[in-house]
Design a protein around this ligand. Structure first.
Ligand code: NDP
Length: 244
C-alpha cells in the first residue's frame, strides 16, 4: 500500500465551513484539494495556512454547477495526481425569496449548484475511489432547511433535502466498497452565508442561544473521515444547537 497521504477534495473551501473542513482534514494528515469558484485570493490563503501547519494540498478551481467543467477538471486532476479517497461536497449557495416571487433563474442556480454539484463532482470521482480499494468517505453538506424547511428558501430547501435522498441511495450502492456516505446538516453557522441577518434575532431561535462556529462543523467532518467512523453510513447528522 502507498505511504503517500490519502487525497481528499473539499468543494467551496475558500472560506466559511469549507475552509474549516480543509484545515481540519489537512491537520489529520490528508492531502487536501481546495476547490473554489471565484475567490482565488481567499483560496490561496487557505492553501498557505495548510502549508504553514505542515500539511499538503493544492488548489482545484472549478464551478461545481458546471457539469462539463467539473468533469474535465476532475478527470485531469485524477489522471495527474491519483484518485481521491474522500470528498466533502460543501460548496453551496442561497438565493432567497418568497415562493410567489421566486424567479426561474434563482431556482435553477440554487438547484444546479447545490444538488447538481452532487452529480457533477461525485460521479466522475466514484469509480476511481472504488478502484483504490481502500474504502473511503463522502460527506455532503446539507442544512437544517433540508430537514425542517424555512420561509423564503423553497429552492434551497429542495436542494438540501434532495442531497439527503441522494446520500441515502449512494450509501447503499457504495457500502460493499467500504465507502461511507453521510450528510451533515448545520444550523445557523457564523459565515458570510448568513449575510445581513440580525445575529441577535437568529440566536433567539436556537435552543442553545448562539450561532455555531465553522470549527464545530469541521470537527464532525473530521470525525467522519476517521477510522472510528467507518461503520456510520447513510446518515444525516445535525450540528445546530438543537434546532432540528
Ligand atoms: P459561504 O458562502 O461562506 O462559502 C461558500 C463556499 O462555496 C465558498 O468557498 C464559495 O467559493 C463556494 N462556492 C459557491 N458556489 C460555488 C460553485 N458553483 N463552485 C465552487 N464553489 C462554490 O458558505 P458557508 O461556509 O456558510 O456554507 C458552506 C455549506 O454549508 C453550503 O453548502 C451551505 O449551504 C451549508 N450550510 C451553511 C449554513 C450556515 O449557516 N452558514 C447552514 C446550513 C448549511 P468562492 O469563494 O470562490 O465564491
Amino acid at each position: 500500500m502507498s505511504t503517500s497521504p490519502r487525497r481528499v477534495l473539499v468543494t467551496g473551501a475558500s472560506r466559511g465551513i469549507g475552509r474549516a473542513c480543509a484545515l481540519e482534514l489537512a491537520a489529520l494528515g490528508f492531502d487536501v484539494a481546495i476547490n473554489f469558484r471565484s475567490r482565488a485570493d481567499d483560496a490561496a490563503a487557505v492553501l498557505s495556512a495548510v502549508h504553514e501547519a505542515g500539511g499538503a494540498g493544492q488548489l482545484l478551481p472549478f464551478d461545481v454547477g458546471n457539469r462539463a467543467e467539473a468533469e474535465a477538471t476532475l478527470a485531469a486532476d485524477v489522471a495527474q495526481r491519483g484518485a481521491f479517497w474522500g470528498v466533502v461536497l460543501n460548496a453551496g449557495v442561497t438565493q432567497d425569496a418568497p415562493f410567489a416571487g421566486l424567479d426561474g433563474a434563482a431556482w435553477d442556480r440554487v438547484l444546479d449548484t447545490n444538488l447538481g454539484g452532487f452529480f457533477n463532482v461525485l460521479r466522475p470521482l466514484v469509480m476511481p475511489m472504488v478502484g483504490l480499494r481502500q474504502g473511503g468517505r463522502i460527506v455532503v453538506m446539507s442544512s437544517v432547511t433540508g430537514l425542517r424547511g424555512n420561509i423564503g428558501q423553497v429552492n434551497y430547501g429542495a436542494s438540501k433535502a434532495g442531497l439527503i435522498g441522494a446520500v441515502r441511495s449512494l450509501a447503499l450502492e457504495l457500502a460493499r466498497r467500504r465507502i461511507a456516505v453521510n450528510a451533515v446538516a448545520p444550523g445557523f453557522i457564523e459565515t458570510e452565508m448568513l449575510g445581513a441577518l440580525p445575529r441577535d434575532e437568529i440566536e433567539k431561535l436556537v435552543p442553545m442561544r448562539r450561532l455555531g462556529q465553522v470549527e464545530e462543523v469541521a470537527a464532525l467532518v473530521g470525525f467522519l473521515f476517521g477510522e472510528r467512523a467507518a461503520y456510520i453510513t447513510g446518515q444525516t447528522l445535525s450540528v445546530d444547537g438543537g434546532l432540528a
